[in-house]
Design a protein around this ligand. Structure first.
Ligand code: PMP
Length: 443
């Protein structure tokens, strides 16, 4: 007997087994935080096993932008299941892959022409990093360093982690194992602030001094997600593009969190009207139904790799181009192509600004615990002075009938675009109350 069992809850979910044997994201096996059993999800609601329905404020980490059990996505999955769930992509191809890639190319910046389908966001970043390294190898001028900013997040695999914020991602834990990259301070000018050109100085200095060893710059455009939910001025991105061109360095934009409408544009790079050489997408690509990601690049990058040795892009996962995921993603992109998301996200943004804006006072914020409030598109963030007590705040939110998952000093929401005004008010009201309750924070 190597498993612990307990009494299943009324849902039939054995929480004792879960607690004893299953890791959840970023948790301990010896002292895990509580988890809430879920029995279903529908529209903007997550249904707990005890029957409570929570308004979802997270879109399952940026992914379920049209809500859960969307009939078109479910139908696409069912129809594809009837044909084939999966076949290998080596030597074979299929309609769902061609369909999703064609739609993707219709939506992304028009300089991107070549698509690599991958399994998850982190893997798309790994493939982007490999693409940049192979590009320089093929040019006969090997380069292996990446330049990025502090406060970034690009995933949990090693190459991706190497360009994440070194403190948040605990680089010290993996010393000597993790490749060392070049970091400059995160952009400081706020999205809606007055652009300070000094913001780019450190970036420019790093690029000027070390461009001959730098394969690519990698950034999350406009919103830095899991590294701090910071929203920066698009002029920074324009400057980065200009400097990358000036010094002949590739630009990778990680649109895994920001892509597919979340920031009010189809892709966040559109706020700055810049085009990357390489782009990563994931998360909302399938509308949050299942995992699928992609690395896209220019024809020029692809041709350089093709013309060098070994001539092929050295990646090819077992489930590459999974037909089921591609079929759902194609249906999801079809929904986006209809364009309702623009009005939906604009309405969510206006309401977030109005309702979270009430936390502001003339010179600052109400209470003593709020450091900043920021909104862009369907993303609303309250940054606090003290770190949250995760278990206590999570329980408070569930009690309040909402699903909001804070971390560190960040209590934030990014609901499905289909959220109705009254549902969004439940989210903002719960968030506003939580950040004013001292007992939900660590000392
Ligand atoms: N890049 C960004 C910007 C992300 O937000 C994430 C996920 N939080 C990733 C990469 C990694 O994606 P995944 O978790 O699917 O590996």
């Amino acid at each position: 007997m190597n498993s612990t069992t307990g009494r299943p809850s009324e849902s039939g979910i054995d929480l004792a087994f879960d607690r004893a044997h299953i890791w959840h994201p970023y948790t301990s096996m010896t002292d895990p935080l509580p988890v809430y059993p879920v029995s279903g999800a529908d529209g903007v609601y997550i249904e707990l096993a005890d029957g409570r329905r929570l308004v979802d404020g997270m879109s399952s980490w940026w992914a379920a932008q049209h809500g859960y059990r969307h009939p078109e996505l479910t139908a696409a999955a069912a129809a594809q299941l009837d044909k084939m769930a999966h076949v290998m992509f080596g030597g074979l191809t299929h309609a769902p892959a061609v369909d999703v890639c064609r739609r993707l190319l219709d939506l992304v910046p028009d300089n991107l022409e070549c698509v690599f389908l991958a399994d998850s966001g982190s893997v798309a970043v790994e493939v982007a990093v490999k693409t940049a390294v192979q590009y320089w190898a093929a040019r006969g001028r090997p380069r292996s360093r990446f330049l990025t900013v502090g406060g970034g997040y690009h995933g949990d695999t090693f190459a991706a982690m190497s360009v994440c914020d070194p403190v948040n991602s605990m680089h010290s834990l993996y010393a000597r194992f993790l490749p060392e990259q070049i970091f400059v301070p995160a952009p400081q000018t706020r999205f809606d602030g007055e652009w300070q050109s000094s913001d780019l100085a450190a970036f420019q200095t790093a690029l000027a001094g070390r461009h001959e060893e730098i394969a690519a710059v990698i950034l999350e455009p406009v919103i830095q997600g899991a590294g701090g939910m910071r929203i920066y001025h698009p002029e920074y991105l324009r400057g980065v593009r200009r400097l990358c061109d000036e010094y002949g360095v590739l630009l990778i934009l990680d649109e895994i969190a920001t892509g597919f409408g979340r920031t009010g544009k189809m892709f966040a790079c559109e706020h700055a009207a810049v085009q990357p050489d390489i782009m990563c997408v994931g998360k909302a690509l399938t509308g949050g139904m299942m995992t699928l990601s992609a690395m896209l690049c220019t024809r020029q990058v692809a041709e350089q790799i093709g013309g060098g040795r070994p001539g092929v892009l050295m990646h090819g996962p077992t489930f590459m181009g999974n037909p089921l995921a591609c079929a759902v993603a194609a249906a999801n992109l079809a929904i986006l192509q209809r364009g309702e998301w623009r009005a939906q996200v604009a309405a969510v943004e206006a309401q977030l600004k109005r309702e979270l804006g009430r936390l502001k006072t003339d010179g600052g914020f109400i209470g003593g615990n709020i450091r900043d409030v920021r909104v862009l598109g369907a993303v609303g963030v309250v940054e606090t002075v003290r770190p949250v007590d995760m278990a206590a705040m999570q329980a408070f939110f569930v009690e309040a009938g909402v699903w909001i998952r804070p971390f560190g000093r960040l209590v934030y929401i990014m609901p499905p675009f289909i959220v109705r005004p009254a549902e969004l008010t439940r989210l903002t009201a719960a968030l506003a109350e939580a950040v004013q309750r001292p007992e939900l924070f660590l000392p």
